[in-house]
Design a protein around this ligand. Structure first.
Ligand SMILES: Cc1cc2nc3c(=O)[nH]c(=O)nc-3n(C[C@H](O)[C@H](O)[C@H](O)COP(=O)(O)OP(=O)(O)OC[C@H]3O[C@@H](n4cnc5c(N)ncnc54)[C@H](O)[C@@H]3O)c2cc1C
Length: 403
């Protein structure tokens, strides 16, 4: 191969951006993307429920997790820069509660814009080509035995392996001297073995979810909680899932009436008791929460649904108010990597220069995207990290080759 060459391992969000950025800077560089799947960017199609929530208006540091100094150094651009980047590729955007999607509301728009540009730039794409070896020589590398001046590893984490990221790139980097923090599935549902919760399958409810381990509060998030088969999910729960890492005796407490104080709730129910003592408890609760949740609340207190409110004791009423404000669910763990959207943990960030994404261990090796020990909340933050670190890596690789 004549001229300078870059191998990009992984044709996902960060790898494609890295490849495009390097080629944009210098069209004479030969850029080759290695992708183990038959197509590039498969995962992008699955993002945002097929709509691709690609960034967020609120890029406050509280939505990103990892070494704060490293994050501060990479997160220097605004959401508008990301929007403008996609606009320059022909994709207009659409804002919904701060989340930013392609205006078409189709993830395929983002994927097609990126792959179209890869083709236009004449970047070599090797699909169905898993990279099994990267070896460093004095002035370059071999990737599956083929020589390159620079390597950018953008192979993602190990969440949702059907979308391509099977965790194989951690080993490639370990072989080159890098180390990783323990890996954990995140942005996923939480499993429960609690009996009696199966009746809630399919229920969605606005709640404040508080996650505890051994009675210590780990975090709180509000939003729509979803009950699924032996699990609890929804954005607030997914955002809490990374906090389960290495924790014991986990439980979720759901405030099913975040907008009503316990005193107001008690007053409301006691008014009904006074004015309509013949009203059945299930009818009283169905005026407050989803009827299935009402059943689950009564179940926890062992009260029959058809009991007349006038016959419910004050102690029982106060217990019902307590449960509505703090519905306890014991948690056995996360739903695991296959149903997780991201991997928490990864290649240690102190081994990577945040200004270029070049390895501090191996010259000419760049690392970007989810494979690093950084992650974001649900809301476009992980793709934002992928595009941003990918572009820094592509730029860094170009500068390294032109030193
Ligand atoms: C269902 C789902 C929905 C999501 N929705 C959103 C969302 O709406 N907004 C958001 O911000 N984030 C979302 N995410 C997270 C986001 O998609 C990822 O954080 C992001 O794609 C990571 O980009 P990446 O390029 O680092 O890795 P990936 O996108 O995983 O790309 C890595 C690529 O490398 C390839 N690869 C891996 N190993 C090798 C190898 N050895 N050789 C060759 N190729 C290899 C893989 O096949 C893959 O194509 C979602 C994730 C999932 C699973």
């Amino acid at each position: 191969m004549k001229g300078k060459s870059i191998a990009v391992i992984g044709g996902g969000a960060s790898g494609i951006c890295a490849a495009l950025e390097a080629k944009y800077n210098d069209s004479s560089i030969n850029v080759t993307v290695f992708e183990r799947l038959p197509k590039t960017a498969k995962k992008i199609l699955a993002t945002g429920n097929g709509r691709c929530n690609f960034t967020n208006e609120n890029l406050s540091p509280k939505h990103f997790h990892g070494d704060p100094l490293f994050l501060r150094k990479i997160l220097t651009s605004s959401y508008a820069d990301t929007e403008n980047y996609f606009r320059s590729l022909g994709v207009l955007s659409y804002h919904e509660d701060g989340r930013i999607y392609p205006r078409s509301q189709q993830a395929a728009s983002i994927r097609e814009a990126l792959t179209d540009k890869l083709n236009k730039y004449g970047i070599t794409i090797k699909t169905d080509t898993p990279v099994n070896s990267i070896d460093k020589f004095k002035n370059g590398f071999t990737v599956n035995g083929e020589y390159f001046d620079v390597v950018i590893v953008a192979g993602g984490g190990k969440a949702s392996s059907v979308q391509g990221s099977d965790g194989s790139c951690y080993k490639l980097l370990e072989h080159l001297g890098h180390t990783k923090t323990p890996l954990y599935p995140a942005l996923c549902g939480l499993s429960t073995n609690e009996k009696g919760l199966n009746m809630l399958k399919g229920v969605r409810a606005e709640c404040k979810a508080s996650l505890f381990s051994e009675s210590h509060l780990l975090g709180e998030e509000s939003g729509e909680v979803q009950f699924t088969d032996k699990a609890v999910s929804g954005i607030p729960v997914m955002n809490l899932s990374h906090l389960c890492k290495d924790k014991k005796d986990l439980c979720l407490n759901l405030d099913l009436c975040e907008d009503i104080s316990e005193a107001e709730l008690s007053e409301h129910i006691n008014n009904i008791k006074r004015n309509s003592p013949d009203k059945e408890l299930e009818t009283v609760l169905s005026g407050i929460v989803n009827s299935k949740l009402g059943f689950a609340v009564m179940n926890k207190e062992n009260i029959k649904p058809r009991t007349k409110i006038g016959q419910v004791t004050q102690r029982e009423l106060s217990a019902i108010c307590d449960i509505l404000k703090s519905f306890h669910i014991s948690i056995s763990g996360t739903k695991g990597f296959d149903s997780a959207q991201i991997t928490c943990g990864g290649i240690k960030t102190h081994e990577v220069n945040p200004e270029t994404m070049m390895s501090e261990i191996v010259n000419g090796l760049f690392i970007c995207g989810e494979i690093l020990d950084i992650h974001g909340d649900c809301g476009g933050y992980n793709l934002h990290l992928a595009w941003t670190t990918g572009r820094i890596a592509g730029n860094g690789a170009y500068e390294y080759l032109n030193k």
